[in-house]
Design a protein around this ligand. Structure first.
Ligand code: F6R
Length: 599
């Protein structure tokens, strides 16, 4: 998740501010970083792959500069590398960018015809060239920024330096956050509060489609190149920790709220160039007759959902195993087996061991990983990255959802049909809003949490894909609220476990699969008849009035490939609310570590 910081001022050395600001943004995750600064009337750029330390050691901090921009990059277009790192410079324009420019391929073609050539694979360099081209024509940067808003599709926060303007910093944004922070005889720009909190706590929030010009002693915000807007100055009351949580009480809640965006980013990153790109990024799945998915915890649960989708759409048998078991069991590999390892951290010892076993047998391996450059990402034959950004809460939420998104795309790629692809793309657009609306229904989750948080045991029921979701819902509840729960395939309960159901035992029944709906309703009636208090989680399409539930949560319908991304949200938020009512340490549950690097 990229970060921006910028400085114009009389009191401090820009390079010092930029590096301090970038370090404060490290928690967002990044794979390269860079700065551009004005020195002796010339803009200099230094950028490096990897940690900010790699950049820092290349900088001569005795160089004086009062104007500069800095960036941490989390790769979207083009691999993590020094060339793809920001800032980018084309002609007279130097800029850093957060967001995704969706029509960059089209723009690139037009710019190439006008004589521009490109050295990086990024969408950002294209934006930089576009601004340079327009600036050469108009020679008025505000008018150029204004015009760009009509030409660029997608999301962006830009901080821009112009070669022949040595005392101004220009910024603009759409759908990517940007704030302007105010000092004395100095002003700052940042994508995120922590970047400037060390220097000032007074700020202006830049709204969508606004542009601004900063000098050391003035900030002017524009609606268009002729209209200045009067903005309120606010004050941050948060300390650094609170700022990193972006106002949320816990990282887990912040990360759940990020799910719509990271799922979009994960999917967009893989489909941005159409269905053909999918087949070039993914291994040729038609080569394989059998797939083993191996993972731990929530990643294993994501794998179970992947199995259902891949078997249905790809018609390939999929075996899903917990890595700690897989590594010691007899394996039935052949030369048409693919092993998929799913891991947020890319460092989980058992998952890494399973990967190495597959490699020792010369079996193809594909890693679905969040952390770029992690051991599993480095060692697997093929890698698909989830774009969840850094996940700080120990209990995974947004990384799990991003794993589901990649698995859906794998299943989609196996259908190999343009109509399905187009439907999927439009369903993804719908999904972002549906997820956001579902997250907002806090009161619903809170009310149900109030009913169950003092119970001793809770049961989660589901069938098919809903059983895999039940397992994840149950794990979430256990790990953060310490409330005992069990997930069961709904049809299996009567073979023993139903003896545990008594008056008011909470049962969370997940029913989103139309083909199994009547079956699960019968199973729900079985527990209801024994006194259970049933919380039904279903979809709009299957929603009907009945006397077999006590509470109901209804999620919107979407493409079967994407439905789980909606269904999981109430389960995550319910666990969160229960843990909160119980006063648990939500972000750091007892006995758990974020990355389990021991066997
Ligand atoms: C649960 C959770 C764990 C992880 C598991 C695998 O909320 O976070 O169950 O999913 O430890 O970790 P990764 O995905 O890093 O391999």
């Amino acid at each position: 998740m990229c970060g921006i910081v910028g400085y114009v001022g009389k009191n401090k050395q820009a390079l010092h501010v930029l590096i301090e600001g970038l370090k404060a943004l490290e928690y967002r995750g990044y794979d390269s970083s860079g700065v551009a600064f004005l020195n002796n009337n010339k803009i200099q750029i230094i950028k490096e792959k990897g940690k900010i330390h790699n950049l820092e050691v290349k900088i001569d901090f005795s160089v004086t500069s009062n104007l500069g921009i800095g960036h941490t990059r989390w790769a979207t277009h083009g691999e993590p590398s020094q060339i793809n790192a920001h800032p980018h410079k084309v002609g007279k324009i130097t800029l850093v960018h957060n967001g995704i420019i969706e029509n960059y391929e089209e723009l690139k073609l037009v710019l190439k015809e006008s004589g521009y050539s490109f050295i990086s694979e990024t969408d950002t360099e294209v934006a930089c060239a576009l601004i340079d081209k327009l600036y050469n024509e108009k020679n008025d940067i505000l008018k150029v920024m204004d015009k760009c808003r009509n030409l660029i599709r997608g999301s962006y926060a830009f901080a821009i330096l112009v070669d022949d303007i040595d005392d101004k910093l220009f910024v603009m944004r759409k759908d990517s956050p940007l704030i302007i922070a105010l000092g004395n005889d100095e002003n700052y720009v940042a994508s995120d509060v922590p970047a400037i909190l060390k220097f000032t706590n007074r700020y202006i929030l830049l709204n969508n489609n606004e542009m601004a010009v900063l000098t050391s002693d003035s900030v002017k915000v524009y609606k268009d190149s002729n209209t200045i807007i009067k903005k309120d100055i606010d004050t941050f009351e948060w300390d650094m920790e609170a700022a990193m949580k972006n106002g949320y009480e816990h990282y887990m809640l912040k990360e759940i709220n990020e799910e719509p965006e990271v799922v979009y980013n994960t999917i967009y990153n893989l489909i941005k160039n159409g269905s053909e790109e999918l087949s070039s990024i993914f291994p040729d799945f038609s080569k394989y007759k059998k797939i083993d998915i191996v993972a731990c915890g929530s990643a294993y649960h994501a794998g179970l959902i992947g199995k259902t989708l891949i078997e249905k759409y790809g018609d390939i048998p999929v075996n899903v195993e917990v890595a700690s078991e897989y590594r010691y069991k007899k394996l039935f590999y052949n030369n048409r087996t693919l092993v998929i390892i799913i891991s947020q951290s890319g460092e989980t010892a058992d998952s890494l061991a399973a990967l190495r076993i597959a490699k020792e047998h010369d079996v193809d391996t594909l890693a679905i990983v969040n952390v770029v450059g992690s051991s599993i990402a480095r060692e697997a034959k093929y890698v698909l990255y989830t774009k969840a950004g850094v996940e700080i809460a120990v209990a995974t939420t947004k990384a799990y959802s991003s794993q589901l998104a990649v698995l859906s795309l794998i299943a989609l790629s196996m259908i190999n049909n343009d109509d399905n692809f187009d439907n999927f793309v439009s369903d993804c657009q719908k999904l972002e809003t549906q997820m956001t609306n579902l997250i907002k229904k806090h009161n619903v989750y809170r009310d149900i949490a109030l009913e169950i948080y003092q119970k001793n045991d809770i049961f989660f029921l589901g069938r098919g894909i809903d059983y895999a979701l039940a397992m994840e819902g149950s794990l979430k509840l256990k790990e953060i609220s310490y409330l005992h729960s069990e997930a069961y395939p709904a049809g299996e309960l009567k073979h023993g476990t139903i003896s545990l159901i008594e008056k008011d035992t909470p049962v969370i029944a997940i029913a989103t699969d139309e083909t199994l709906n009547e079956k699960i309703i019968s199973n729900i009636k079985e527990v209801k008849a024994r006194g259970a208090s049933v919380i039904l989680l279903t979809t709009s399409k299957l929603n009907k009035v009945g006397d077999y539930y006590d509470y109901k949560i209804v999620v919107d319908d979407n493409n079967e490939l994407l439905q789980s991304l909606l269904t999981i949200i109430p389960l995550q938020l319910l666990s969160y609310e229960v843990a909160k009512l119980k006063g648990c340490d939500i972000d750091k549950p007892r006995n758990l570590a974020k990355s389990v690097t021991v066997e």
